[in-house]
Write a protein that binds this ligand. Structure first.
Ligand code: PLP
Length: 422
């Protein structure tokens, strides 16, 4: 038996969602063709996007392989990419950043992990600081960031009913104000899983909390501006002394290549660069140069605005129509307002509904969905009235249309069966 440290035990444990992803991998490996996977977090395969990345990568590999891939580079990131980030963000947003404000990492997930290790955790004799998610549900990948048990905590949302079939979460700022021992604040916008986008006033209030606690607010723009622009409206990232903005190429079509970057005040970024040096040395360089070229030539912007954004807008409209047409009228289902992102977040407001029961039932129908509870931190410790933590599920907009259509039809059947057996 391996003797694991306390953090070793924590990190080698499978969190709920990771277990489900394994489940998906195992079931689909045997015979992928008859499973309908509505749980995927991959970006959609859009031919134009794949062709553009593949051809640019081939050019860069042919011209610059030796310079990028045959030698180590700086932990902050390749100067060509860092300079291009500085130029393009200053031009877009009127900022005044320099290379000192930028760190490139192997995907944004690693940057969140680094920030968590730097800004949260044990901080002195009796002091312990948590990563606080100002609104749950939020990205399930945040739940495992801390090496410490209970190192991540989330604030339950307020719920607003916005129409017969729609709803929207709101921040509970008072609960956030009461929250003790904050080490850093973290949220995705547009959000995975809900699709909610933060507005300017909300961002100002969160920054105000961060400033008063003197902690960083990390804003994860994986789906937002300036790319991939899977968002209904463009919410510009904000420069502030207490904000670290994170960006990634993943949802713009390169999830497996692991290139993301953070922009923030020098005092935070310098520690992140040192952590990079101590842990992974630096991010892969061939793709850093590809990213630099895609930014400087305008390719990334044009893919985002003329291909990726319209693709997801149309797809969302299509899935909304499907849900309205196929889900039973007699069931009280609601869809979270879609302000961006790659998912639909559904709430089934009935006592008989349980997200895990639906997940299991759908597996017997060869459909994967993601049970909602994995997007809440410690759902069982939430207030008893917060039943929505077990009454939601997520489906993805990215599978092919016929897969989504058949999958939603089977979900409709599954809901009727669940109601019948309760
Ligand atoms: N942030 C959000 C909100 C995500 O949904 C994901 C992936 O699903 C990530 C970050 C991971 O990004 P990366 O590939 O840059 O690590």
């Amino acid at each position: 038996r391996v003797q694991l440290s306390r953090s070793g035990q924590k990190m080698s444990d499978m969190s709920g969602l990771r277990a489900i992803m394994e489940d998906v991998a195992t079931s689909t490996a045997v015979d992928a063709s008859d499973w309908l996977n509505l749980s995927i977090g991959n970006p959609a395969s859009i031919k134009e996007v794949i062709d553009a990345w593949s051809s640019l990568t081939a050019t860069v590999a042919a011209e610059d392989f030796t310079a990028t891939s045959s030698r180590y580079g700086p932990s902050r990131g390749m100067p060509a990419l860092v300079e291009e980030i500085v130029r393009s963000f200053n031009a877009r947003y009127g900022w005044d950043i320099t290379a000192d404000n930028v760190v490139v990492g192997p995907g944004s997930q690693m940057l969140f992990f680094i920030a968590t290790a730097l800004f949260a955790g044990p901080a002195g004799e009796d002091s312990f600081r948590r990563v606080v998610l100002p609104m749950t549900p939020d990205y399930a990948g945040y739940m495992g960031l801390s090496l410490e048990p209970d190192g991540v905590a989330g604030i339950a949302p307020e719920v607003e009913l916005t129409g017969d079939r729609s709803f929207r979460y709101a921040f509970d700022f008072e609960a956030l104000e009461r929250c003790p021992d904050i080490g850093m604040l973290l949220l995705s916008s547009p959000s995975n899983p809900t699709g909610r986008s933060i507005d300017g006033d909300e961002l100002t209030r969160l920054i105000d909390v961060a400033r008063r606690r003197d902690v960083p607010l990390i804003v994860d723009h994986a789906y937002g501006a300036p790319f991939p622009l899977v968002a209904a409206s463009e919410v510009a990232p904000r420069w502030d002394d207490h904000v670290i903005n994170c960006f990634t190429l993943s949802k713009a079509g390169l999830p497996a290549e692991r290139v993301g970057f953070a922009i923030g005040p020098r005092h935070y970024i310098q520690s992140m660069v040192s952590f990079m040096a101590n842990s992974v040395l630096h991010a892969p360089q061939l793709m850093q140069l590809v990213a630099a070229r895609a930014l400087s030539s305008g390719l990334l912007d044009s893919l985002a605005s003329s291909v990726i954004r319209p693709f997801y807008r149309d797809r969302r409209n299509y899935v909304e129509r499907l849900l309205t047409d196929l889900l039973p009228d007699s069931i009280n289902w609601r869809l979270h307002a879609g302000e961006g992102g790659m998912f639909c977040w559904l709430w089934i407001d009935h006592d008989w509904f349980d997200d895990m029961a639906l997940y299991r039932l759908m597996k017997t129908k060869k459909v994967f969905i993601v049970p909602g509870r994995h997007f809440f931190v410690n759902p069982l410790s939430m207030a008893p009235e917060a039943t929505y933590a077990t009454r939601c599920f997520r489906i993805s907009l990215t599978p092919d249309e016929h897969v989504i259509e058949e999958g939603v039809a089977r979900i409709a059947e599954g809901l009727m069966e669940l109601r019948g057996t309760s």
